[in-house]
Design a protein around this ligand. Structure first.
Ligand code: UD1
Ligand code: CA
Length: 470
C-alpha cells in the first residue's frame, strides 16, 4: 500500500476566521498543532510519500513540523492562496508523478484517526471509483460542503454551504475535505475548475462534480464517527476539538488503569504516560513529555510539565512542577514550585511554599515549609528548616550550596553561597552562614540578643502614649 499512495496535506491557508496573526494550522488542540495531528495520522499510512502544501507563514509551518521531530516530509509552496483546488495545482509537478493515487487531507481536521484513514483508503481501492470522498452525517452540517448523491448511491457533486440552495442545505451528509483520487484524473479535472464567483477561489470540491459529469464513478465513504472529521475554522471550534482530544487521551488512560476524577477537567498532553493505579484529581494538567509512575496521587490543580515522577509519589494540590525529577515515594506540596532541574530523591519531602531550582534533595531529606533551594546539592536525611534560603545569587553570578548527609539546618537560616555544610553538622536557627561548616560541627551565625528589662514601662513614662486615633 505504501508505494501506491501519495498524501497531500493542505496547510497553506491563512484561516481568516481565526482572526489570528498566526496561521490557523499552527494553533494547538490536544497538545499538538493542528497540522501535526494530521501529519502524524498520515504517517501511520505512508512512510515517505507525504507532501505538505504550505503558503501562509510557510517557514513557520515547516519549522514547527521539523521541531516536532517528524522527518522526511516534502513541502510544496502555494505562493498565493486561491483555494483548495488551486493548492493542489501548485503541487502538480511533484504530485502527478509521486504515485498513481493521491490521498488529500485538509490540515485542519486533527481528530482524524489513522484507523479511519486506513479503512477509507481500502474502501476507495475496492470501490473502483476514480475519486472517493470521506463523508459524515452531521447533526449540524452548517458551514460544510454537502454531498449531493446521484443514482445508485454515487456522488454527483459537492456544493459548498455558501452556494447551496435551501433544499441542499438540508443535506446532512457533509464533505470532510478528505479524498482519494486517481492522480492523473484529478489533475485533468482540476484544469476544468473555474473560479468560484462568491469566494473568488478555485474549489477542489468542484472536481467531484466535474468527474461525475464526465461519466466517472465517484464514491463517498462515511466515517463511523462524525466527530472525527470536524474541521476547525474558528477558535470556538478549536476549543471544542481540544476538549474532544483531551477526552480521548483521558479515556485511553482510564482504560489502561489510571483513575481520573472529573476527567473533563484535566488536560493531559499526548506524550504523557501514567502508570496504573495512579489517581489524578480534578484540574490537573500534565503537559509536554512527562512520565508519571504507578500508584501516584496527583493533587488538584497541579501543573506538571516535562517531568519524570517515580512510583508512589504524592503531589498535593496546586503544585507547579517543570523539567524536574521526583523519585519514588517522595511527596511534594501543597503549593510547591519545582523549577527546571529540581531532583527530589526517594521518600524525600517538599512541603508548602517551597521553591526548588537546579537542586538535588537526597533520599528522605525534608524541606517542609517556606524555603528556597536553588543551585544546591543536598545529601540524604537532611532536615532543611522552615524558611531556609540558599542565597545563590550575588547580582552577577549564581553560586552553589552543598549540604552533606544527615546535616540539620535550623529554621530561618541564610546559607550564603558558595558554602558547604558538612556531614552531620548543625546550623542553628536564624543563622546567616557565610563560611563552610565542617562535619559534626555546630554553626551559629547570628547577633547576640540584647534584653533590656522594664524598657517599655520606662518609655511610656518619658513620652505620653501616642494618639492612635490619628
Ligand atoms: C473545505 C471544503 C468543504 C468541506 C470542509 C471540511 C472546499 C472548497 N471546501 O471547506 O467542502 O466541507 O473543507 O472541513 O474545499 N487551504 C490551502 N490553500 C488554499 C485554501 C485552503 O492550502 O488556498 C487549506 C487550508 O489551510 C485548510 C484546508 O485547505 O487546511 C481547508 O481550507 P478551509 O478554508 O478551511 O476550507 P473550508 O471552508 O473549511
Ligand atoms: Ca476548514
Amino acid at each position: 500500500m505504501k508505494d501506491r499512495f501519495a498524501v497531500a496535506i493542505l496547510a497553506a491557508g491563512q484561516g481568516t476566521r481565526f482572526r489570528s496573526r498566526r496561521v490557523k494550522v499552527l494553533h494547538s488542540a490536544g497538545g499538538r498543532t493542528l497540522v501535526e495531528h494530521v501529519v502524524r495520522a498520515a504517517r501511520e499510512l505512508s512512510s515517505d510519500n507525504i507532501f505538505v502544501i504550505v503558503g501562509h507563514q510557510a517557514d513557520a509551518v515547516m519549522a514547527s513540523l521539523k521541531e516536532s521531530g517528524i522527518k522526511n516530509l516534502k513541502f510544496i509552496h502555494q505562493e498565493e492562496q486561491l483555494g483548495t483546488g488551486h493548492a493542489l495545482r501548485a503541487g502538480e509537478r511533484e504530485l502527478a508523478k509521486a504515485a498513481p493515487r493521491l490521498l488529500v487531507i485538509c490540515g485542519d481536521t486533527p481528530l482524524l484517526t489513522p484507523d479511519t484513514l486506513r479503512k477509507f483508503v481500502v474502501a476507495h481501492r475496492r470501490s473502483g471509483a476514480v475519486a472517493t470522498v470521506l463523508s459524515a452525517e452531521m447533526d449540524d452540517p452548517a458551514g460544510y460542503g454537502r454531498i449531493v448523491r446521484g443514482s445508485h448511491g454515487t456522488v454527483a457533486a459537492i456544493v459548498e454551504h455558501k452556494s447551496a440552495s435551501a433544499e441542499q442545505r438540508k443535506i446532512r451528509e457533509v464533505n470532510s475535505g478528505i479524498y482519494c483520487f486517481e492522480t492523473k484524473l484529478l489533475f485533468d479535472a482540476l484544469k476544468g475548475v473555474k473560479l468560484d464567483p462568491l469566494k473568488k477561489e478555485y474549489y477542489l470540491t468542484d472536481v467531484i462534480g466535474l468527474l461525475a459529469r464526465r461519466g466517472h464513478r465517484v464514491a463517498a465513504y462515511q466515517a463511523a464517527d462524525a466527530r472525527e472529521v470536524i474541521g476547525i475554522n474558528d477558535r470556538a471550534e478549536l476549543a471544542r476539538v481540544d476538549g474532544l482530544l483531551r477526552q480521548r487521551k483521558a479515556q485511553q488512560l482510564m482504560l489502561s488503569g489510571v483513575t481520573i476524577f472529573a476527567p473533563e477537567s484535566v488536560r493531559i498532553d499526548p506524550d504523557v504516560s501514567v502508570g496504573t493505579d495512579t489517581e489524578i484529581e480534578p484540574g490537573v494538567m500534565l503537559l509536554g513529555v512527562a512520565s508519571i509512575g504507578k500508584n501516584c496521587r496527583l493533587g488538584a490543580y497541579s501543573v506538571i510539565t516535562d517531568s519524570e515522577l517515580g512510583d508512589n509519589v504524592t503531589i498535593r494540590p496546586s503544585c507547579v512542577i517543570t523539567e524536574s525529577r521526583i523519585a519514588k515515594g517522595a511527596s511534594v506540596g501543597p503549593f510547591a514550585h519545582l523549577r527546571p532541574g529540581a531532583d527530589i530523591g526517594e521518600q524525600a519531602r517538599v512541603g508548602n511554599f517551597v521553591e526548588v531550582k537546579k537542586a538535588r534533595l537526597g533520599r528522605r531529606s525534608k524541606a517542609s515549609h517556606l524555603t528556597y533551594l536553588g543551585d544546591a546539592t543536598i545529601g540524604n536525611d537532611v532536615n532543611v528548616g522552615c524558611g531556609t534560603i540558599t542565597v545563590n545569587y550575588d547580582g552577577a553570578h549564581k553560586h552553589q550550596t552543598v549540604i552533606e548527609d544527615n546535616a540539620f539546618v535550623g529554621s530561618g537560616a541564610n546559607l550564603i553561597a558558595p558554602v558547604r555544610i558538612g556531614r552531620n553538622a548543625f546550623v542553628a536557627a536564624g543563622s546567616t552562614i557565610t563560611d563552610d561548616v565542617p562535619a559534626n560541627a555546630l554553626a551559629i551565625g547570628r547577633a547576640r540578643q540584647t534584653t533590656k528589662p522594664g524598657w517599655t514601662t520606662r518609655r511610656k513614662k518619658k513620652a505620653p502614649a501616642r494618639d492612635t486615633r490619628k
